[in-house]
Design a protein around this ligand. Structure first.
Ligand SMILES: [Zn+2]
Length: 1026
């Protein structure tokens, strides 16, 4: 995987400094306490302890060590969290755009000394109960993280990871498969034309089919033009074919060395055991080297620069005449200065976040562009940080105006500073982030410290967030102009800044295709006859290797008997407040309260359904009661951890043609702010503002832009949603709410010159939705806070009782299910039943400006409670691992692909960033034939089960406990019986369900492809081309 600045940036900005999880949570952490007993200078298994630091805010103890012989660095975060994490990161600083670190990241996972089978990494996905396994390449480091809740599994995975990173085979064949190769289009036919193939080659073509990625990459390359940040670490598609296998091995020898490595472990497993295993299996075999991978400081420019790049036009952009981007990017200080980095990231938030920030007011609200530029705000993922500000979706003639506004806004900030209440809101946000607990805390920490640590910053200092907060407050007291002075220094007076504009070029894709063709022809012309023969033979060899069954017995594995036979139940209590049913779930929430409300859509007229996602995205952002939208946003930031509304389509667990439709309200707050949070909801129920057309237009534009931008990353989701559209009523509604139909609808709305019709529609939707008569609630909080929360919820419901009204459902067939299955006469969920629904076959193609395809085929099968459901789950997993991965990724060159079984009864095939289109549909069909012929072993079945259980048993945070039951009515008892069915699945069951549900003739299926112009599909009348 290639992780760009942009993605890193989002990652850092969205970092939740979250606590661990589950009932093991307590304020006095025994793991953290035990770790406090280490002493600086202490020697353990070849390491020396350098520092032991308690971090009470995050309930952990940090232990910093170095490896004596190699100088490898090590950080352990001891914490009472069973979701243990390991990561090793190497500083990888390439000086060309061949993608060498990225291709290396892929090839080390293809087999190693101790584990020489092909692809041990993917094989381990099925032999482990890991909660996370991945690898990714950033601009200046490569990271290999995994997490698991099982101690034995941790040791297994650690062994495989260490061997992969430090002792990979790096076979030439792995390099061809993962990097690039010349090969006959049909490898079995030496007369078919030669072409470029390779996983990373195609992956990077996919990455740069996204204009946001193109822009982010150029921006970084041009702002730091003098060293490693001036190249594409993931690989520039046309430069990738310049890389040789020798260069790849050389890069490994110099960069993947313990002297250039940083190890991080997290969780409740003992540190000594990790150190011993790492020393014995890897580090003891190395001597210290001088890796020379330091990144020098970027020389400062004496005057600002400007540059321009082009991209492909976006067919789905809200306004085709406005597709330009422009931003100004400033080089800031070194990220190893922890406090300066902390200050600048807070300053960035104050400058750009929310409708009260100066840049939102100055750039977004005048509607010069559709949204901020795709790179915006503070970015600490490079050795020296940067800050960017600008717009996308703007007209070319507004260029000077935008530059002028940016400069003027900086001046205004220097002049006026920030309102104190906004600083207070920001510190409140940090408090919530530290208290809110998530399930992947270890991974968040690893990402959070990775960049600064990579350049020898102090990771322990980064964790001491309270210390930074205190220092920040003190700085403001000592100098009220503290922040203004920073703006003056880093922005106003900074001559190292780049203004980068980007505009669409109609011929962009054509030029790219031409450049690739020229590169290919140059390579081909240089070939002798014997080279061609060798290419053909190597192609066949690779194909043969990909087609042979692997002996994977060298790999460690958990067994099905290592899986807990019983689920750990989640206790909930049913109650009511003002006549509205409420589910209470007591959880160790660390002082936070989580609130959910499901509001039914059953009475909403059909013609308003398409508007519901728009309604959801604006209802909490237009102002309510006495608050205008700015004051409302301010109150939400000051008093809550966020308030959101989203659409829900919940398929029934017993019948395919039945589903529940609604919107889900969700919010959280610190206990002390509970009355304020409910007051904000009351205002939204009782007197939401809809009539500010200017405000609505800003929200609509941003939403439409975001949807259009998302397709190139999530094309498989859109393909799947479309393919399922005509198979079940729930699938149809999902397309309406979140498919291509919704994207096109939002584009139309964004293009309307007069939004009055929308403004008239929103209050109509509100009447049907925000009605206590069609509502149920859920609360997760501590036992101590439960009764107070219940009382406040009661008064909230009283406050909004004026909205209570009995309305007729828009569809006749309403079916009730009790919320508590043991209490048939109690409150119920109201589902829609469409017994007359006729599923139909439909093949839809969306032509898109991408060089790669997203392919999906979906088959209607059985609902969750059906006895065959578990077999279909295991079958999907096994087909993915044992057949489809090999066909679609290894042979086909797609970035990913496989099968999955969904709760709505849809068996789904998909591929991601796929150079093939209809050929992939044949691979799906061959997968079914493969399954029916049953060539798999008991070991294969057990592996599929392990892989499924690692998802089924993934940890759930206190905020999310019981929410599945609340939404879908699936109780612990139902989960337990599904679990027992999963355990019981046999070879015969799998062959049977493949025959019964997936065979041609037996099935009703939908197909959808998003991709570039396609001659085969155009000529085939069975396709609908959009
Ligand atoms: Zn990759």
């Amino acid at each position: 995987m290639f992780r760009q600045t942009k993605a890193m940036l989002r990652n850092l900005r969205n970092l939740r400094l979250r606590g661990g999880q589950q009932s093991a949570w307590r304020l006095k952490s025994t793991s953290a306490e035990r770790a406090l007993q280490y002493r600086a200078g202490q020697k353990i298994h070849g390491f020396t302890v350098r520092e032991v630091a308690p971090v009470p805010d995050l309930f952990l103890t940090a232990v910093k060590l170095t490896h004596d012989k190699t100088g490898a660095q090590y950080l352990h975060a001891a914490r009472d969290d069973s979701n243990n994490l390991f990561s090793v990161q190497l500083r990888t600083t390439p000086m060309d755009s061949t993608g060498v670190p990225h291709i290396l990241e892929h090839t080390v996972l293809c087999g190693s000394e101790k584990y020489p089978c092909r692809d041990p990494f993917f094989k381990m996905l099925n032999r482990s109960l890991s909660t996370f396994m991945n690898a990714f390449t950033a601009s200046d480091y490569t990271m290999y993280p995994f997490s698991t809740q099982n101690g034995k599994d941790f040791q297994n995975l650690l062994s495989v990871y260490l061997d992969a990173v430090f002792f990979p085979c790096l076979r030439e064949q792995d390099f061809w498969q993962e990097g690039w190769r010349l090969e006959n289009e049909d490898p079995t036919d030496p007369r078919s034309p030669l072409m470029f193939k390779g996983v990373v080659f195609n992956e990077m073509k996919g990455v740069f089919s996204d204009n946001e990625s193109v822009y982010a990459q150029h921006l970084q390359n041009k702002l730091y033009p003098d060293h490693t940040y001036s190249v594409v670490s993931g690989g520039e598609p046309l430069v990738i074919p310049d890389l040789t296998w020798e260069q790849l091995k050389q890069f490994h020898a110099t960069h993947y060395h313990p002297s250039n490595a940083r190890f991080f472990t997290y969780g409740d497993l003992p540190l000594e055991q990790h150190l011993q295993q790492i020393e014995e299996e890897a580090l003891s075999k190395f001597q210290r080297i001088e890796p020379n991978t330091d990144v020098p400081p970027q020389p400062h420019w004496s005057s600002p620069r400007e540059d321009h790049v082009t991209c492909s036009p976006d067919a789905l952009a809200p306004d085709p005449a406005r597709q330009n981007s422009l931003c100004v990017s400033y080089l800031l200080g070194d990220i190893t200065n922890t406090f300066e980095g902390f200050t600048l990231s807070l300053l960035s938030d104050l400058m750009i976040s929310g409708p009260n920030s100066p840049f939102y007011k100055a750039l977004i609200e005048p509607k010069i562009g559709t949204d901020f530029s795709s790179v915006v705000g503070y970015d600490g993922s490079t050795k020296e940080a940067s800050f960017s500000i600008g717009l996308q979706g703007m007209a070319e003639e507004d260029t000077e105006r935008v530059k002028q506004i940016i400069s003027q806004t900086m001046d205004d900030i220097i002049q006026n500073g920030f309102v104190e209440e906004r600083i207070e809101a920001l510190l409140h946000k940090i408090e919530i982030q530290m208290k809110h607990q998530s399930t992947n805390f270890g991974l968040s920490l690893a990402s959070y410290i990775a960049s600064a640590w990579n350049h020898n910053g102090d990771p322990v200092q980064l964790l001491q967030i309270s210390a930074s907060v205190a220092k920040f407050k003190q700085a403001l007291v000592e100098n009220p102009r503290f922040l203004q002075d920073k703006v003056k220094h880093y922005f106003k007076e900074n001559t190292h800044r780049l203004t980068l504009s980007m505009s669409p070029d109609e011929a962009y894709l054509e030029k790219q295709a031409k450049a690739e063709e020229e590169k290919l022809q140059r390579k081909i012309q240089a070939l002798s006859d014997s080279d061609r023969k060798e290419i053909y033979e190597k192609g066949l060899e690779l194909l043969a290797a990909q087609s042979t069954t692997q002996d994977v017995s060298c790999l460690p594995a958990l067994k099905v008997c290592d899986i807990e036979p019983k689920i750990s139940p989640t206790a909930v209590q049913m109650g009511s407040a003002g006549g509205v049913p409420v589910q209470f779930c007591e959880q160790p929430t660390n002082g936070l309260v989580y609130f959910r409300a499901m509001c039914s859509l059953n009475t909403l007229p059909e013609d308003l359904r398409l508007y519901v996602p728009l309604f959801c995205s604006v209802i909490t952002r237009m102002g309510s009661g006495d608050l205008d939208y700015r004051q409302q946003a301010q109150q939400m930031e000051l008093r809550t951890g966020g308030m959101s509304v989203s659409t829900q389509v919940v398929p029934d667990s017993t019948q395919l043609d039945m589903y529940e439709q609604g919107v889900l309200l969700f919010s959280s707050c610190l206990e002390r702010n509970l009355p304020h949070m409910f007051q904000l909801w009351s205002d939204i129920f009782n007197s939401p503002h809809f009539d500010d057309e200017e405000r609505l237009r800003v929200l609509v534009m941003r939403a439409a832009q975001e949807l259009a931008n998302g397709i190139s990353n999530s094309g498989h989701m859109y393909a799947m949603t479309r393919a399922g559209r005509h198979l079940t009523p729930a699938g149809d509604l999902q397309e309406t709410f979140g498919g291509m139909e919704q994207v096109k609808f939002m584009k139309r709305i964004a293009e309307m010159s007069d939004l009055t019709p929308v403004i008239r529609t929103l209050p109509r939707i509100k009447k049907h939705l925000l009605n206590p008569d069609n509502m149920r609630c859920a609360v997760n909080t501590t036992p101590q806070k439960l009764s107070d929360t219940a009382a406040q919820l009661e008064s909230f419901i009283r406050d909004v009782a004026i909205n209570r009204k009995q309305r007729k459902p828009a569809r006749a067939n309403i079916f009730e299910r009790p919320l508590d299955p043991l209490d048939e006469s109690g409150p119920s969920r109201k589902l829609i039943s469409e017994q007359n629904f006729q599923p139909c076959q439909m093949k839809t193609f969306f032509q898109m400006p991408f060089p790669v395809n997203f392919v999906s085929e979906i088959i209607r099968t059985v609902p969750f409670a059906h006895e065959d459901y578990a077999s279909l789950c295991v079958l999907a997993r096994m087909m993915t691992a044992k057949y489809l991965h090999g066909e679609i990724r290894e042979k086909g060159g797609a970035y990913g692909g496989g099968a999955r079984m969904g709760g709505g009864g849809l068996f789904t095939f998909y591929s991601y960033r796929d150079p093939n289109s209809v050929q992939t549909l044949s691979a799906f069909r061959r997968g079914v034939d493969w399954a029916k012929s049953g060539p798999f072993t008991q070991q294969d079945i057990d592996e599929a089960k392990l892989s499924i259980f690692s998802a089924v048993d993934a940890p759930v945070a206190p905020a999310g406990k019981g929410s599945g039951r609340f939404l879908s009515g699936i109780t612990d008892e139902m989960k337990q019986s599904h679990r027992e069915r999963l355990f019981a699945v046999t070879h015969k069951n799998l062959v049977d369900v493949a025959e019964r549900y997936l065979s041609v003739g037996q099935r009703t299926c939908g197909v959808s492809i998003l991709g570039p112009e396609n001659e085969t599909i155009k000529k085939d009348p069975s396709w609908i081309v959009k």
